[in-house]
Write a protein that binds this ligand. Structure first.
Ligand code: TRP
Length: 342
């Protein structure tokens, strides 16, 4: 890495399953780019192996992986400054993942709420991969000795498990400090972006209503239409933040405006007090289109040249391997696996 990393090494992963939306952008990707531009070493991974823990159509998976890479690049991720790659190109993740399958306990994984949510009522029919998903995630992080992990609320439990695995490995083999214990960087503090149809639910790609979210590839017309249809309440916009309590839709739209404008909710409330939703929505539409259009144009440009995207990912994978391979070799050695490499 040609960059100073005195603040530490950041690792995060995103699943390549369908379009990114405004909530992902304001809550996650924008933060990834900010961290890249600070003194962190930054490694971002398209976690295709996690995606296949539930059924993925092979053609769609390939497409979604390239789209996600294009989205990262269009949002300002610079492959000279960050490592960007897809998980399946670096074998260290699955190698370390196996070691962690042997470190993590059934009881620990049984407590994971995401497995319960995703497996639903028919647990017997869930893939084994979906159950051991968190050990692969721990491998993603620890294979790079990452110190900081930006995660959403829903991934906090998995990061706790990662910490438990690191601690147990270090203790079991009396290799204190071999795995650093990674710290979370909680995403979107203050910018939790909610559904446009229901201000109490998170904006989500699994919501059945297209109108609940703005996709980063939406046209200007689609953005305008979705904002126009966004749920509101009968009042005008308030003159103080406290008055937003109990008005989740108003709060959400103001939050989106503030995040897009890179300013505080306070300032936005000051700017918009007494405004009708109608007028505010037209301001918000202009700002959203102005911010997102260059991104969606760039995504489309990049997708016209899939060779370029594949090259970026291949180069990223080589850089990732350079960090990960020696760490996996040390872990094998610590466990007592005979290695022919030394
Ligand atoms: N489980 C994460 C999610 O669904 C994705 C992920 C995989 C990840 N590996 C990771 C996130 C490592 C942070 C670090 O959002």
């Amino acid at each position: 890495m040609n960059k100073k990393s005195h603040k530490g090494r950041v690792f995060s992963g995103v699943q390549p399953t369908g379009d990114l939306h405004l909530g992902n952008y304001l809550g996650a990707v924008k933060q990834f780019v900010d961290l890249q531009n600070q003194a962190y070493e930054t490694i971002y991974c398209l976690v295709d192996l996690h995606a296949i823990t539930v059924w993925q159509d092979p053609k769609a998976l390939r497409k979604a992986t390239r789209e996600l890479a294009a989205t990262f690049l269009a949002c300002g991720l610079n492959p000279e400054q960050s490592i960007l790659f897809n998980q399946s190109q670096v074998a260290s993740h699955t190698e370390m993942g196996w070691l962690f399958n042997c470190v993590a306990r059934m009881g620990w994984l049984n407590r994971m709420t995401q497995f319960k949510d995703k497996a639903g009522k028919n647990k017997e029919n869930a893939s084994v991969g979906l159950f051991s998903y968190p050990t692969l995630m721990a491998a993603d992080i620890l294979t790079y000795h990452a110190t900081h992990v930006p995660v959403g609320d829903d991934q906090k439990q998995h990061l706790e498990l990662t910490r438990d695995i690191a601690i147990k490995f270090n203790n079991d083999f009396t290799q204190y400090g071999f795995f650093p214990i990674p710290e979370p960087i909680i995403q979107g503090a203050g910018t939790r972006i909610m559904s446009l149809r229901d201000g109490t639910k998170k904006m989500s790609k699994s919501d059945t209503s297209e109108f609940s979210r703005i996709s980063l590839t939406d046209s200007a017309e689609a953005i305008a239409k979705k904002i126009q249809k966004a749920k509101t309440d009968p009042l005008n916009l308030p003159d103080n933040i406290q008055a937003l309590e109990g008005r989740p839709e108003a709060k959400n739209l103001l939050n989106i405006y503030a995040a897009l404008k890179n300013t505080s909710l306070n300032k936005v409330v000051e700017e918009t007090k007494g405004t009708s939703f109608r007028n505010f929505k037209s301001k918000l539409t202009d700002l959203a289109v102005e911010t997102l259009s260059p991104i969606s144009n760039e995504i489309n440009n990049l997708l016209n040249d899939t060779n370029h995207i594949d090259t970026v990912l291949r180069i990223g994978s080589e850089k990732a391997k350079n960090i990960a391979t020696p760490i996996v070799e040390s872990a094998y050695e610590i466990v007592g696996l005979l290695s022919t490499k030394k």
